[in-house]
Every structure is written in structure tokens, then in C-alpha cells.
Design a protein around this ligand. Structure first.
Ligand SMILES: C[S@@+](CC[C@H](N)C(=O)[O-])C[C@H]1O[C@@H](n2cnc3c(N)ncnc32)[C@H](O)[C@@H]1O
Length: 348
């Protein structure tokens, strides 16, 4: 099996990133690199983003298959053998804090309880397992159905996640959160630090689609980075989580429609950085948000763009933000679309 050989201190960070990209195999075991005791070998599947794969040597080693390596190895203790052998079991699931979310098809659904139980046996830190019925509504919340909960524990969907060394509370049934952009959020911190250095002062930041605040935690943890922070979300539940997660004396938190902020004169031409993370609608919302940025300020946003529409989107972004605006493909979103990042500076 293919493994990345990483310096020991990088292990947790790379594990977290591979997990966020669904590139960590189930039952992954980290082991010491036999050729260098200061390095660890981390198994991976699919293609981790080039930012990870390009930085570490890849080695192919045999792995021990005796002990249960995936939840499927526990199913033989829970279900009759003929069922275990006849069903095509799900191969992917998602961790959100101490929850596991798993998608089931019609063949798998009747065995949902057994799948939940097997996942609890395999993952000792998981409290409850839910069937993931997909994303619903404008707020992109999950439709979840409980499959199994660990004895003596609550089946609540409220959970605490660890991202880039920061904890935050969330609940996938009432707010949107995805760990898939965690690496992008590290980049946002680097961008903000550069801008602070350029301006020689703390920044005024606007995050009007903040969700539960994962982009903001690295920013508020950095001393003297923030002069003022506006964090908002149209979803009232997200605004409540923001109040819980974002503890900063200079933060204003509101449940508000981002597109209406420009109607408040005190918000116009105020912000050094505007974060636009509403990937299905970023390009449509962008013109309504521009009045918020001060001349010379930065826009950083994410958009899902069909492969066939990338050139048009690039032209559109430059029409809105000027010829220097950059639209960069960051990762695959689906067979026909990419998640792209937009970086631009408002003309002075
Ligand atoms: C893709 S999520 C991003 C959340 C967060 N920034 C993150 O990275 O996890 C988009 C967020 O925008 C919010 N939203 C949707 N329409 C909005 C609007 N018109 N104004 C403000 N927030 C909105 C949704 O509730 C959701 O939390």
C-alpha cells in the first residue's frame, strides 16, 4: 500500500489533511519509517492534493491484514455470512467531530443499524453514526438519520471539531460545515499576515458567509492581526454557533444577508479583506459585495466552476474585479467541475 513518509512532527497535520480530503484509508495505521526512525509512514488512497503529495516521498509497503482494518471486518460478527458476502458495503464515510456520517443505497439501508454498530466497533472515538441523506435547503444542512450510538452516550448531532489546532462547535443538521476547505483556510491566514505586514497595522475583516467560523479561528488566534471583524451568516443557527466559537473583543456577529450589507453606509469601503465562501453562488453575489471593500482591499473567495465554463468565469471575474483578478483551480469538485479560488484586489 502507498504511504507518505513524513517527518514525525508533521504527522498530525498531514493525517488531518488526508482525512479532510477523504484520502485516508479506513483503519489507517501510522508506522515508523523503517529507513528513518525520525519519519512516519502514513497510508493514503486516491490522490491527495499536490500540496501534500509533492512535499513527501511516497513508499509502497506491505501491510498486516490480520487485525480488523475497516468496519466491514466487524460485520461478520454482527450479520449472517451470506448477507456480509452478498452486499456491496459502503467504502466511504465522513468524520465530523465525534460523529460518523455515511451514505447508504437501497441495498445497504436495511443493514444500517449493523453498519452503525460495526463503525462504532472500529472507531473507538466515535460517539454516534448517522445515515447521511445529503445536503438540503439554502443553508446546505444535512438530512441525518441515527444508525447507532455508543452505550451511555447522547445521540445529539451537536459536536465539536478540531481544525488546524482550533476547536469549534457545529451541528450538521442546522449549519453547514466541511473540513474539505481546511487547507484553504490556512492560506487565508497567510494572506492576512502578508497584508498586515504591507499595511503595517491590524486588519478590518469581513466574513459575511462565515458558517460556524472555521476560516476565522486561525485569524482571531493570531495576536494583533484584527482591528475589527464582521462575521455574519444568513442562517440563524450559524450566527448562534459563531457567537459561541468566535470569542474576540473586536468581533461583531450578525445573522444577516450579505447582499444587503452594502445598504449600510458605515459598512461601505471599510474592509481590508472580504471573504466570500458561498461556492455555488460566489460569482452572482460578488458585485453586491464590492462596495464593502476599501480601495486596495483584498477579496478572497471560492467558487464551483464547470470545466467547460472556466474561461467564461475568468473573464467575468476580471470584468467585476479588474484585469489582475486571479481565478485558480484548487481541487476537483465533481466529474465536471472544480472548486476554484478567487484572489483579487480592488482598484485604488
Ligand atoms: C459554503 S458555506 C461556508 C461556511 C463557512 N465559511 C465555511 O467555510 O465552513 C456558505 C454559508 O453561507 C450562508 N449563506 C447563504 N446565503 C447567504 C446570504 N445571502 N448571506 C449570508 N450568508 C449566507 C449559509 O448559511 C452557509 O453557512
Amino acid at each position: 500500500m502507498l504511504h507518505l513518509s513524513v517527518p514525525s512532527p508533521d504527522t498530525d497535520r498531514i493525517l488531518q489533511q488526508l482525512r479532510a480530503e477523504s484520502a485516508l484509508p479506513e483503519g489507517a495505521r501510522v508506522q515508523t519509517d523503517p529507513s528513518d526512525s525520525e519519519r512516519r509512514l502514513i497510508p493514503f488512497i486516491d490522490n491527495p492534493t499536490p500540496s501534500v503529495a509533492a512535499h513527501y516521498p511516497i513508499v509502497d509497503i506491505e501491510v498486516d491484514t490480520q487485525t480488523p482494518r475497516t468496519y466491514r471486518d466487524h460485520l461478520v460478527d454482527i450479520l449472517p455470512t451470506d448477507i456480509v458476502e452478498s452486499v456491496e458495503w459502503p467504502r466511504r464515510h465522513e468524520f465530523i467531530g465525534d460523529l460518523i456520517l455515511i451514505k447508504l443505497n437501497d441495498e445497504q439501508r436495511p443493514h444500517g443499524d449493523a453498519i452503525g454498530e460495526a463503525l462504532l466497533r472500529q472507531h473507538s472515538r466515535t460517539r454516534a453514526v448517522f445515515e447521511d441523506g445529503g445536503v438540503i435547503g439554502d443553508f446546505r444542512v444535512r438530512d441525518l438519520n441515527l444508525l447507532a450510538v455508543r452505550d451511555g452516550h447522547e445521540s445529539t448531532t451537536r459536536t465539536r471539531i478540531l481544525e488546524n489546532e482550533n476547536y469549534l462547535w457545529t451541528d450538521p443538521t442546522t449549519v453547514y460545515y466541511s473540513s474539505r476547505l481546511s487547507h484553504e483556510r490556512e492560506g487565508t491566514l497567510a494572506t492576512a499576515l502578508n497584508l498586515r505586514e504591507e499595511l503595517g497595522r491590524p486588519l478590518i475583516i469581513c466574513a459575511p458567509y462565515a458558517g460556524v467560523g472555521p476560516s476565522l479561528l486561525p485569524l482571531i488566534s493570531e495576536p494583533d492581526l484584527i482591528e475589527e471583524l464582521f462575521a455574519g451568516d444568513l442562517n440563524p443557527s450559524a450566527a448562534e454557533f459563531l457567537r459561541e466559537n468566535i470569542q474576540h473583543p473586536s468581533a461583531t456577529i450578525e445573522c444577516a444577508d450579505a447582499r444587503l450589507l452594502k445598504e449600510r453606509p458605515e459598512m461601505c469601503e471599510k474592509f481590508d479583506i472580504l471573504l466570500v465562501n458561498i461556492p455555488h453562488d460566489t460569482l452572482e453575489h460578488l458585485p453586491e459585495l464590492l462596495p464593502l471593500i476599501r480601495p486596495g482591499g483584498l477579496v478572497r473567495g471560492w467558487a464551483i466552476i464547470e470545466h467547460s465554463e472556466f474561461q467564461d468565469a475568468q473573464v467575468r471575474v476580471r470584468d467585476i474585479l479588474g484585469p489582475e483578478a486571479e481565478l485558480e483551480r484548487r481541487r476537483s469538485y465533481s466529474a465536471s467541475a472544480d472548486l476554484c479560488r478567487l484572489d483579487a484586489r480592488k482598484a485604488t
